[in-house]
Design a protein around this ligand. Structure first.
Ligand code: BGP
Length: 466
């Protein structure tokens, strides 16, 4: 008998900038990523999402493949500048039509949509007008955008999430400079992050005020941290890393407050986050209904008094990156006994069970969805077939790890492997593949089912037994 509940949802995920293309089609406005990816040296060999895998024009063909796969749910994001080209104000009805037709097509095939409101493509107009996330003005702008989405799609969509992975778009946008707006300014970053939490709370409030019949959540990276040794320094460094990567991002949306020790450290070092009257109540009164967890890897942590900064492996050449370090706090180091992907991500399924356990311990038995999980690899083509056995092995082991968490009592309600189809990896181009469906960039973006497609079809058909 399957350990997965009868109504468990099996799906897959994507995000607008990574699949849609149609970057200037039918009145869409410019996003921060449209601009950033065209600047020299920002992405792997200058790849961008101008065309991506042209899901904007081929969504019916893609939904037919989702239906054939047996998907019961599909997680996708809305491109804010496609709906509101200037970020606020005038609505682009053609953009509304695209998502409306996509939703109808999904529902026709009994596939439940899960909408992400923000998966990193900010209207560039807002960046230019007031600095995007750096300004409090973004909270009103985001709320207006969220309300527009609820109003136009809320009659047909039950599952919503406000943000995808704050640690990445804020951390890489403001701390390491690898994402737009390319800053290395922790003070601005911490305050921008505060605005994300406020925007989330406002959008949750509006969702409830508008009486949308559904649930609204927040999606975070789920990255367990373990100390590289038992020494008190490494354990302390790990505690700080876990505090920053997990508690800082989960506490405000699940408890309505920041973790006290870290808040004091941030305010002492940088004078932020800066609160105005009303912020605390807003956070406290608008706790999300569920949390979405994106799990790829574990990170081992060591005490650090030498490394500052980092370099990421964006080529898929093992060992080409460098450790991430914040001097005086911690560094992320390689596990000498670990198994790693070509992008130096540790493959550690047990970490998923462990990390879910840690979430339940800290926040109680809240509803959870695994909103991303997958293996990035360069899939070989043998005799015309895309052979992705390593992906099958990776996903199978992680599905078992979710099963173990459910057996321990966690309320996991759905699974969305990343990704439904091969798509643009933000900094790694099209060579880092994750999909069940291959896209031939040399043959007019033709879709082709991979080996994993038939396997995942069986997973879904047997409710996880395979
Ligand atoms: C998550 C993002 C996704 C996706 C995935 C894989 O952080 O939410 O959008 O890209 O990671 O990451 P990458 O493309 O860097 O391999």
């Amino acid at each position: 008998m399957s350990v997965f509940p009868k109504d468990f949802l099996w799906g897959a995920a994507t995000a607008s900038y990574q699949v849609e293309g149609g970057h200037d089609a039918d009145g869409k406005g410019l996003s921060n990523w449209d601009l950033f990816s065209h600047l020299p040296g920002t992405t792997y060999q200058g790849t961008n999402g101008d065309v991506a895998v042209d899901h904007y024009h081929r969504f019916r063909e893609d939904v037919a493949l989702m239906a054939e796969l047996g998907m019961q749910t599909y997680r996708f994001s809305i491109s804010w500048p496609r709906l509101l080209p200037q970020g606020r104000g005038e609505v682009n009805e053609a953009g509304i039509r695209f998502y409306s037709e996509l939703i109808d097509e999904l529902l026709k095939h009994n596939i439940k949509p899960m909408i992400t409101l923000y998966h990193w493509d900010l209207p560039q107009a807002l960046q230019e007008q007031f600095g995007g996330w750096e300004s409090r003005e973004i909270v009103d702008a985001f709320d207006e955008y969220a309300r527009l989405c609820y109003q136009r799609f809320g009659d047909r969509v039950e599952l919503w999430s406000t943000f995808n992975e704050t640690i990445v778009f804020i951390g890489m946008g403001y701390m390491t400079g690898a994402h737009p707006p390319r800053l290395t300014d922790p003070k601005k970053g911490i305050q921008a992050c505060h605005h994300v939490f406020l925007a989330n709370a406002r959008a949750v409030k509006s969702f409830r005020e508008m009486g949308i019949d559904g649930q609204i959540g927040f999606v975070n990276v789920l990255q367990p941290n373990d100390p590289i040794s038992d020494s008190p320094q490494d354990r302390r460094a790990c505690e700080i890393a876990e505090g920053i990567f997990t508690h800082w991002l989960y506490d405000p949306v699940l408890k309505g407050e920041y973790p006290a020790e870290l808040l004091a450290m941030a305010q002492q070092a940088f004078g932020v986050p800066y609160f105005v009257p009303g912020d605390e109540e807003l956070l406290k009164q608008n706790i999300v209904d569920f949390i979405g967890l994106n799990y790829y890897k574990r990170e081992m942590v060591a005490h650090n008094d030498d490394v500052d900064g980092y370099a990421i492996n964006t080529s898929g050449q093992k060992g080409s990156g460098r450790e991430l370090g914040f001097k005086g706090l911690f560094k992320l180091v390689r596990n000498p006994n670990g198994v790693y992907t070509d992008w130096d991500w540790e493959v550690y399924p047990q970490g998923l069970t462990d990390a879910i356990g840690r979430i339940v311990k800290r926040y109680g038995n809240i509803p959870l969805y695994i909103t991303e999980n997958g293996l990035g690899a360069k899939d070989p083509i043998v005799d015309g077939e895309v052979r992705d056995q390593p992906r099958i092995d990776y996903l199978r082991d992680h599905i078992q790890a979710i099963g173990a968490a459910i057996e321990q009592g966690a309320d996991v309600r759905g699974y969305y492997p990343w990704s439904f189809i091969d798509l643009l990896s933000w900094l790694n181009g099209y060579q880092k593949q994750y999909g069940f469906v291959y896209v031939d960039h040399n043959d007019s973006l033709a879709r082709k089912k991979k080996q994993s497609f038939g396997w995942y079809q069986r997973v879904i058909a047997t409710n996880g037994e395979q």
